[in-house]
Design a protein around this ligand. Sequence first.
Ligand SMILES: Nc1ncnc2c1ncn2[C@@H]1O[C@H](COP(=O)(O)OP(=O)(O)OP(=O)(O)O)[C@@H](O)[C@H]1O
Ligand code: SF4
Ligand SMILES: [Mg+2]
Length: 336
Amino acid sequence: MLAVSVRRGVENKILFSAKDLCTWFELRRWGFFRVGSVKAVDGVSFELRRGETITIVGESGCGKSTLAKTILGLCLPARGELNFDGKRLNGLNTRQMRSHRSKIGYIQQDPYGALPPFMTVRRILEEPLRINKTGKKEEMKRRVREVLAEVKLTPVEDFIDKFPHMLSGGQQQRVVIARSIVMKPRLIVADEPISMLDASVRIEILELIRGLQHAHNLGVIYITHDLSTVRHFSEHIAVMYGAKFAEKAKVKDILDNPLHPYTRALLSAVPKLDPANVTTFKEVPPGEPPSLLKPPSGCRFHPRCYAIIKGLCDVESPLEFEAKKGHSVACWLYRK
Ligand SMILES: Nc1ncnc2c1ncn2[C@@H]1O[C@H](COP(=O)(O)OP(=O)(O)OP(=O)(O)O)[C@@H](O)[C@H]1O
Ligand code: SF4
Ligand SMILES: [Mg+2]
């Protein structure tokens, strides 16, 4: 169970929004002949307020990391609109984009790969401050010590001059989290922040991120495969399938009343402990995730769906229907 941390409350103002966002990668054979486009994010829309978390969940290859990179400005969208803190992000120049990036913290999946091996913790944390020219040397030093204390790497002297290989996986991820908040961002994008960590430190790391969110009233975009942690960690969920959102709602609405056949399958695949003390695992639906180079016609889930409406689902892509206020589902079963 996650510890309770002091909460400042969700603001009504939208912090971040994406509207019909598309990120496509062009594939060329021998770098010349165009083969087609991998549509890794294909028409995604959502909104997030300060103090809230949205969890993006879906199978491997469905486009979660590409969505994260597009939000961070590391991939350019082919289409769609991105707004952050009241500003439109499309079409920013390099200087403006650098300033945008400094307001969004990024927590990567693999802490060891994310940290430069030849830099000490001190240099790793000073680097963003130096690049963004924030304050004098003394202020930078103070800020580095402050963030190390915030991520509970204390006493600070025991960690500040170490190299990443001298730290455990959990401690490395705390350094990555410290780096993500050193510029005092308003939004954090956490792409599978616990999937490479030992089971014993996973909850600690999630608690740490949640605690920082509450202390600084941050918006968090949390990307994961693991639905079991979501109830305690998030306010909203968007279920992603084949580069699109299949279903989007408040956490409780999705976990207690999933509507989309894919969401139902995902939830039934979460291991459960039964009274006979036997852990039951179920499979996600048979079949392969769709190719994003040549996606199936109609609904991208139709080759794996038990509820397919022949002649409709395999021909026309479903629209997003609002099943109830704030609960949308892209499935023909819910057409009005
Ligand atoms: N730079 C790229 N060039 C071409 N295709 C890419 C590129 N980056 C990602 N892709 C493709 O885009 C699709 C989505 O990849 P992405 O990494 O976003 O998936 P993911 O949901 O994060 O998967 P995982 O859960 O395994 O991390 C995949 O088919 C991937 O091969
Ligand atoms: S639109 Fe049709 S194929 Fe797609 S999930 Fe709904 S019922 Fe299944
Ligand atoms: Mg990924």
